[in-house]
Design a protein around this ligand. Structure first.
Ligand code: NAP
Ligand code: ZN
Ligand code: ZN
Length: 347
């Protein structure tokens, strides 16, 4: 008998989420049944629920920052046991055969990784995300949460944490690297904490100075308001790496001008409209424009262990399920410090 889990469901684009249920498949030999405890609200959940991106299959249950406890395991699961503290991120399966999968970069699976929601699982049914009481996931796609990290602070690491950790590692953030993080939301604030633990010099570029004190406390060395035109004059050519987390359109050329010779700007924010930028902004100083998507399972575990070792977790505001719609509005208004996390017992 499949398990019926309580859930919050987005019925159609632009409609409020409402209580409902979702069926979880019978435990296969390699499956883990997780009792969800905390689920982060990622801006991608909002983009999906609102229909900002193409091809969403409604009704949809979103949520891909899941922290919980193992409730049951399939017959052949050896690496997890009932009671273990575990997490699930943005994908729950992949082809396991292509060169990306073999390299541990399942998020770039050539056949398309199976997203935690709005995808189709190995059972052929639509996947449903973490805004629910339970989820069943193959053990290869389950992460272990280190003892030192509270579950509520761990949930946002499963998307926001790894999405920042991966480019910081790829572009070698560390001592003497001048890193700018654009936008201090869920992703941005984790970027500051992680880059600080890696020893980089961090500047936050935010719309206003409202979050300055927090940023310095999280480890930033400096902070500037992008609403102030002088910021772009003052910081010209200053950074080796810029990671843009902004969920809306930005003037890419203006940010590229802040890169030093050979510097790289990495896009992780996903606005719905195409970007436009001048070739000269890159050519002028041999600059690079790149993108980065989450991180593979192996690197996600490395990030969680890194957070455990450095005592890092997300700054969260815990809410009840019935506050989700209001919380979405607050995230859209950049009014969250710094991640809403839903108490899964309230679904
Ligand atoms: P978030 O918590 O809403 O943070 C985004 C931040 O961007 C805001 O806090 C705000 O920072 C800034 N911002 C928002 N609107 C802006 C505007 N109109 N102009 C300038 N700055 C603005 O969102 P998030 O959960 O961190 O996600 C950020 C983006 O990354 C979303 O588009 C999401 O879909 C995407 N994402 C991508 C990946 C990936 O793998 N690449 C993974 C997860 C999420 P300030 O208040 O500091 O200005
Ligand atoms: Zn996300
Ligand atoms: Zn693959």
């Amino acid at each position: 008998m499949p398990t019926v889990a309580r859930a919050y469901v987005a019925p159609s684009p632009g409609t409020d989420l409402a209580p409902g249920t979702v069926e979880r498949r019978d435990l296969g030999d390699f499956d883990v049944m997780i009792a969800n405890r905390f689920v982060g609200i990622c801006h991608s959940d909002i983009h999906t629920a609102r229909g900002d991106w193409e091809s969403v299959n409604y009704p949809v249950v979103v949520g891909h920052e899941i922290a919980g406890v193992v409730e049951a395991v399939g017959d052949l699961v050896t690496r997890y046991a009932v009671g273990d503290r575990v997490g699930v991120g943005c994908f729950v399966d992949s082809c396991r055969e292509c060169s990306s999968c073999r390299a541990g970069e399942e998020q770039y699976c050539h056949k398309g990784a199976t997203s935690t929601y709005n995808s189709f699982g190995c059972d052929g049914l639509p996947t449903a995300g973490g805004y629910s009481t339970h989820i069943v996931v193959d053990h290869n796609y389950v992460l272990r949460i280190p003892d030192g990290v509270r579950l509520e602070a761990a949930a946002p690491l499963l998307c926001a944490g790894i999405t920042m950790y991966s480019p910081l590692r790829t572009w070698r953030a560390g001592p003497r690297k001048r890193v700018a993080i654009v936008g201090m939301g869920g992703l941005g604030h984790m970027g500051v904490k992680l880059a600080s633990a890696m020893g980089a010099e961090i500047t936050v570029l935010s719309q206003s100075l409202k979050k300055q004190e927090d940023a310095l406390r999280f480890g930033a060395t400096s902070y500037y308001a992008t609403s102030e035109p002088a910021t772009f004059e003052y910081l010209k050519g200053q950074f080796d790496l810029i990671i843009n987390t902004v969920s809306a359109d930005i003037e890419v050329d203006a940010y590229l001008s802040l890169l030093a010779l050979g510097g790289t700007m990495v896009l992780v924010g996903l606005p719905s409209k195409p970007l436009s930028q001048r070739a000269w902004s890159l050519i002028e100083m041999r600059r690079n424009l790149a993108g980065s998507k989450m991180g593979g399972i192996r690197q996600t575990q490395e990030m969680l262990d890194f957070c455990g070792a450095h005592g890092l977790g997300a700054e969260v505001e815990i809410i009840r399920a019935e506050q989700i719609n209001e919380a979405f509005q607050q995230v859209l208004a950049s009014d969250v410090r710094y991640r809403f996390v839903i108490d899964a017992e309230t679904f």
